[in-house]
Design a protein around this ligand. Structure first.
Ligand SMILES: CC(C)(COP(=O)(O)OP(=O)(O)OC[C@H]1O[C@@H](n2cnc3c(N)ncnc32)[C@H](O)[C@@H]1OP(=O)(O)O)[C@@H](O)C(=O)NCCC(=O)NCCS
Length: 153
């Protein structure tokens, strides 16, 4: 994929990332939530940056050797260009280098695009949590990706 670079987010990026979230999801966490998560040691955010600034992001948290992909979104104007695939590949590479051995995420059962993205990135759908989401109510599909130990440190 060309045209974007992946880098760790800085606190000054958060307003742009919240705007991408609003455009991508229709709803967004408040900026205070973004800042709180950003400052929490276990939380890490990377963004994909085009010529005019960020176009997508991925947020993970890490506990011991387990990672959790909490959020990933790409601005609607940048979809189907491999941005999310590049973000995921980058993040999984970093987590493997940190010694993370498994990454989990949950996704709305009806989110066809995200489920296809995760399948393409070798996540396995391992469980369903009935009625997990609200507004609208929907099942969550739990996905897991095992990571090989990385030589990088
Ligand atoms: C899900 C999302 C992040 C995908 O971002 P993206 O940059 O468009 O995805 P990519 O271009 O990297 O796609 C990689 C692969 O995922 C799958 N995919 C992505 N979007 C898809 C769609 N709309 N329909 C079917 N498959 C899709 C395809 O396998 C695709 O490979 P291909 O284009 O070679 O066929 C984006 O649609 C989004 O921001 N959605 C709203 C936020 C969201 O739902 N986040 C996930 C919450 S769990």
């Amino acid at each position: 994929m060309s045209g974007v670079a992946i880098r760790p987010a800085r606190e000054a990026d958060l307003e742009r990332l919240a705007a991408i979230e609003r455009a991508a999801m229709g709803t967004a966490r408040g900026l205070d939530v973004w800042h709180r998560e950003f400052r929490a040691p276990a939380f890490h955010t990377w963004l994909a940056e085009g010529a005019d600034g960020p176009v997508g992001y991925a947020c993970v948290s890490v506990a011991a050797d387990e990672g959790s992909l909490n959020h990933i979104a790409v601005h609607p104007g940048w979809r189907r260009r491999g941005v999310a695939r590049a973000l995921l590949a980058h993040v999984l590479g970093v987590l493997a280098a940190w010694g993370v051995t498994e990454v989990f995420l949950d996704v709305r059962a009806g989110n066809v695009a995200a489920r296809a993205l995760y399948r393409a990135a070798d996540f396995d759908e391992v469980a369903v949590r009935p009625g997990y989401y609200a507004d609208p109510p929907e099942d969550a599909v739990i996905c897991r990706r095992r990571l090989a130990a990385s030589a990088h440190g």
